[in-house]
Ligand binder design. Structure first.
Ligand code: DAH
Length: 340
């Protein structure tokens, strides 16, 4: 047994580590579960009891020595691998197919980022909506044409009507019902209208609604907010103009045009030689709407606006056919790869 210990001791002392791979060989040979030192411990069981202590100590010392040698060798050799790959590591890697963001997602994100900068939060509501949130609370009279079958996809007619929302203004109502001013929020989402599909109309599209309610909010705040938005999205030279209009839920109401980004207002077929492009509807929230949602219209005032995401995308990316957005044609979608 003593001889055996000495023999292994000598082997250890004479061991030469040449390369990093030798450290693993060494570990297996001496310290592994079938290694020589493990073997000595097995033999120890057969040693008479009065010698066990001394021999045991010798084996322990041998084990410590081997462990120490291994540590030292690793410290010295790691990072000096002499391993040579048979592959050509300079070869360019195989290309992974990359997807791209949908143009509507890109534009929605850009618009949200603009309003986040000026403190707007994001809120969402359901696409299947009741009459109250889509129409009644927004001051639509019962005979209003927008409620007509021609515009709205109804899910349940008659009492407690349920329909696919026709605009994201419904989310305004939900936000006001659940929060007291100050309210500053934008609501992106998909909306549905019963229209024949063509290059200029679709049965579903996307809107972003804005709502700002507080004490003393004025039309000037609305105008400045929209100018900031237009210049962030279309560039610092963009101008806006407001034309009087009508919406049941705002009073006064306006439609907003932005100076034509395509011809720089010189006149082209996109702006129909007017130099202006319509981008959104807006106005001061009608006091009836505030009251319907539990907000004191004597104390608070506010503005709202709603824009079509497809429309802004059309102007940014010069896409003239609305159908492209939902056809999933890779030849179209792949063109947005470089737009982060
Ligand atoms: N909901 C309108 C639409 O779908 C857009 C709109 C106009 C929203 C004026 C507003 C607003 O908040 O004030 O055509």
């Amino acid at each position: 047994m003593i001889e055996q210990i000495q023999k292994i001791g000598n082997e250890l002392s004479g061991y030469e580590f040449k390369a990093v791979e030798d450290t693993e060989k060494f570990r297996i040979q001496f310290l592994g579960s079938k290694g020589q030192i493990k073997g000595l411990y097995t033999m120890l069981r057969e040693v008479p009891n009065d010698q066990k202590k001394e021999i045991g100590q010798q084996i322990n010392a041998l084990k410590l020595k081997a462990e120490h040698m291994l540590d030292e060798a690793k410290k010295k050799l790691i990072g000096t691998s002499t391993y040579q790959s048979k592959e050509d590591l300079t070869r360019p890697a195989a290309k992974l197919p990359l997807g791209s963001h949908h143009p509507l997602s890109i534009v929605r994100r850009d618009i949200i980022d603009v309003f986040k900068k000026i403190g707007f939060s994001i809120s969402e509501g359901p696409e299947i909506e009741d009459d109250w949130h889509n129409f009644s609370a927004l001051n639509f009279p019962p005979e209003h044409p927008a409620r007509d079958m021609q515009d709205t996809f109804f899910i349940k007619k008659g009492e407690n009507e349920i329909a696919l929302r026709t605009h994201t203004s419904s989310v305004q109502v939900r936000v006001m019902e659940n929060n007291q001013p100050p309210i500053r929020t934008i609501s992106p989402g998909r909306v549905y209208r019963n229209e024949a599909i063509s290059a200029r109309a679709h049965c579903f599209f996307h809107q972003i609604e804005g709502l700002y309610i507080d004490e003393g909010v004025s039309f000037a705040d609305l105008k400045q907010t929209l100018l900031f938005f237009a210049q962030e999205v279309f560039g610092s030279s963009a101008k806006i103009r407001l034309r009087p209009s009508y919406f049941p839920f705002t009073e006064p109401s306006a439609e907003v045009d932005v100076s034509c980004t395509i011809c720089k207002s010189k006149g082209c077929n996109v702006c129909k030689y007017s130099g202006w492009l319509e981008i959104l509807g807006c106005g001061m929230v009608d006091p009836n709407v505030l009251e319907a949602s539990g907000i004191d219209s004597k104390k608070y005032s506010g503005f709202a606006f709603g824009m079509g995401v497809e429309r802004i995308a059309q102007l940014k990316f010069k896409v003239n056919d609305l159908r492209m957005y939902s056809e999933n044609d890779l030849r179209f979608l792949e063109q947005f790869k470089s737009t982060l």
